[in-house]
Design a protein around this ligand. Structure first.
Ligand code: DUC
Ligand code: ZN
Ligand code: ZN
Ligand code: ZN
Length: 484
C-alpha cells in the first residue's frame, strides 16, 4: 500500500518547493510532480516537513522523590499530536547501578511508545565498571552520554569524573551532553534563601542565576576541549551560556547549544505570581529568564550559534508539585512542552519573522538528526529516508488548553497561548498517526532508534589504568559528528 501526499509545499532545512511525496512502506520512495499512489493525502495549502525530533525528554522519570507523570505512553501521544515523530529519553542509572541494568529498565518503560525513541545514557557515578560498560552502551546504538553538573548529592558528577569519561567518549566515538549549572553554588544559594525564610518558587529562580549556568557551560566546554570531544549543552537558557558556546565555536570547537521552547517564550515574572501552584508548576532547571536572555536565544537560533529547540519535557502534576510547599528545593523540577513545541515556535518564531520556515525545520528536526548521527534517515524529506512527515497547516488556529491536551498532567505552562500553525497530519514511518485532531497511533508501535558511533579518536587512552595516571593534555579534534 503506497501513499502519496499531493498538492503541498515541501519545506526542508535548505529550501521550499511544490512537490508530491510518495511513501512506500516505511520510507519515502519518490519526490516529484504528478506522482500517484494507492492512497492520496491532500496537502493543499499545507507545508510538508520532516517530523519533529525532540532530543530532550524525560517520560516516567524517577526524580526528586517522585516520577514524572507523562509516561512513555502519554508523552509519545503528546509528541505525535504536536508534529514530533522521534523523542530521545535519558536512561538514568542510580549511582552504583550498572548502565546495562538501567537500560533494561528503560527498555521496559518504552514498550508503550507511540513514536520512535532513542536514549542518552547518563553518567551518574564513575568506576572501572562504568568505563567498561560505556563501550557496550555504544554497541547498543547509543552514541551520547549525559552529565549533570547540578543536583548535588544526587545526579551531580565532579570535574575529574567528567574529564575521565569525556576521554572515554572520545575513544569509543560518543558525544557528551551536559546539564550546565554549578551544583555547589546552587546548593549554597538555596540554603541562603531558606535561611532568610524565602521558601517559595521565586527562590528557585533566585538560587539559579545565569552566572551558575554560564560558569558550568564554560567549564564543560573547556573540559571537552581538553578531552578532544565535541560537547552538546542542553537547555541553554541565558546569554552567559550562549556566549560560552558562541566563543568556543568561533575558536574552532564543535560545541552545540539547545534552547528550549519554554525559555524562548516564557519569562521569570511567572515565578512572582501570587498563586503558589501557578508558580510551582513552572519550576524547572534552569529557570525561566528575563527578556534580554530570551533575545539572546532567538539571536543564537538566527545566527546558527544555537542549533536545536527542544523541550526537556518532564511533566509533574499540581499534586506532585506540592512536595515543595514548605521548601522550594523539593518542588519537582520540570515542565511539559512536547505537544506545544512546534506550534509555539511557528507562532512566535516563523509568524513574527524571527525564523524562516527552513530555519524552523533545521532547529526542530534536521540539525539534531545530523548532530546525533541519524541523518538522513531522520530529519529529511529525501528518497530513502524514513517517512516521518508532518503535514503542517499554517492557517490552523487554537488556544492551548490543558482541557484538550494529550499530556497526562492537569495544566499547561502554555495555557491560553493562541497558536497559528498546527499539524494537520503526523506520519511516522509511513503510518498516519495523528490526523485532524485525532490520535490514530497504536500503543507500542514506536521503535528504538539505533544511533551509530562517531569516528573515534585514534590516539585516545585505551585502559582504565592509563586513565588513572596523569597524562599531558593533548588537544584532539578528530572525533566529530557532521558539523551544523
Ligand atoms: N531539569 C528539569 O527541570 N527537569 C528535569 C531535569 C532537569 O535538569
Ligand atoms: Zn537538565
Ligand atoms: Zn532534562
Ligand atoms: Zn590523529
Amino acid at each position: 500500500m503506497s501513499k502519496v501526499i499531493k498538492g503541498g509545499t515541501v519545506v526542508t532545512a535548505d529550501h521550499s518547493f511544490k512537490a508530491d511525496v510518495l511513501i512506500e512502506g516505511e520510507t519515502i520512495a519518490a519526490i516529484g510532480q504528478n506522482l500517484s499512489g494507492d492512497e492520496v493525502i491532500d496537502a493543499t495549502g499545507c507545508y510538508v516537513m520532516p517530523g519533529g525530533i525532540d532530543p530532550h525528554t524525560h517520560p516516567a522519570m524517577p526524580f526528586m522523590g517522585t516520577t514524572s507523570a507523562d509516561t512513555n505512553y502519554s508523552a509519545t501521544r503528546a509528541a505525535l499530536a504536536g508534529g514530533t515523530t522521534t523523542i530521545v529519553d535519558f536512561c538514568l542509572p542510580d549511582p552504583g547501578q550498572s548502565l546495562l541494568e538501567a537500560l533494561e529498565i528503560w527498555d521496559r518503560k518504552s514498550v508503550s511508545s507511540h513514536c520512535d525513541y532513542s536514549y542518552h545514557m547518563a553518567i551518574t557515578w564513575w568506576s572501572e565498571q562504568v568505563w567498561r560498560e560505556m563501550a557496550e552502551v555504544v554497541d547498543r546504538g547509543i552514541n551520547t552520554f549525559k552529565y549533570f553538573m547540578a543536583y548535588k548529592g544526587a545526579l551531580m558528577v565532579n570535574d575529574d569524573e567528567m574529564y575521565q569519561s569525556f576521554l572515554r567518549c572520545a575513544e569509543i566515538g560518543a558525544m557528551p551532553l551536559v546539564h550546565a549549572e554549578n551544583g555547589d553554588v546552587v546548593a549554597r544559594l538555596q540554603q541562603k534563601y531558606m535561611d532568610k525564610g524565602v521558601t517559595g518558587p521565586e527562590a528557585h529562580a533566585f538560587s539559579r542565576p545565569p552566572e551558575v549556568e554560564g560558569e558550568a557551560a564554560n567549564r564543560a566546554i573547556m573540559i571537552a576541549d581538553m578531552a578532544g570531544v565535541p560537547v552538546y549543552i542542553v537547555h541553554v537558557s541565558c546569554e552567559p551560556a550562549h556566549e560560552a558556546i558562541r566563543r568556543a565555536r568561533v575558536n574552532g570547537n564543535r560545541v552545540y547549544g539547545e534552547p528550549l521552547i519554554q525559555h524562548l517564550t516564557l519569562d521569570d515574572s511567572e515565578y512572582l505570581h501570587q498563586d503558589w501552584d501557578y508558580a510551582a508548576r513552572r519550576v524547572m532547571s534552569p529557570p525561566f529568564r528575563d527578556r534580554k536572555h530570551q533575545d539572546s536565544l532567538w539571536a543564537g537560533l538566527q545566527s546558527g550559534s544555537l542549533q536545536v529547540v527542544a523541550t526537556d519535557h518532564c511533566a509533574f502534576t499540581t499534586e506532585q508539585k506540592q512536595f515543595g510547599r514548605e521548601d522550594f528545593r523539593k518542588i519537582p523540577n520540570g515542565t511539559g512542552g512536547l505537544e506545544e513545541r512546534l506550534p509555539v515556535l511557528w507562532t512566535r518564531g516563523v509568524r513574527t519573522g524571527r525564523l524562516t520556515m527552513n530555519e524552523f525545520v533545521a532547529v526542530t528536526s534536521t540539525n539534531i538528526a545530523k548532530i546525533l548521527n541519524i541523518f538522513p534517515r531522520k530529519g529529511a524529506i529525501m528518497v530513502g529516508a524514513d517517512a516521518d512527515i508532518v503535514v503542517w497547516d499554517p492557517e490552523a488556529k487554537k488556544t492551548i488548553s490543558a482541557a484538550t491536551q494529550f499530556s497526562a498532567i492537569d495544566y499547561s505552562v502554555f495555557e491560553g497561548v493562541e497558536v497559528s500553525g498546527l499539524p494537520r497530519l503526523t506520519i511516522s514511518r509511513g503510518e498516519v498517526c495523528f490526523a485532524d485532531g485525532e490520535m490514530k497511533a497504536r500503543e507500542g508501535r514506536g521503535k528504538f532508534l539505533r544511533r551509530p558511533p562517531f569516528p573515534a579518536v585514534h590516539h585516545a587512552l585505551s585502559s582504565w589504568k592509563a586513565l588513572q595516571t596523569p597524562q599531558p593534555v593533548e588537544r584532539r579534534k578528530e572525533n566529530m559528528p557532521i558539523g551544523v
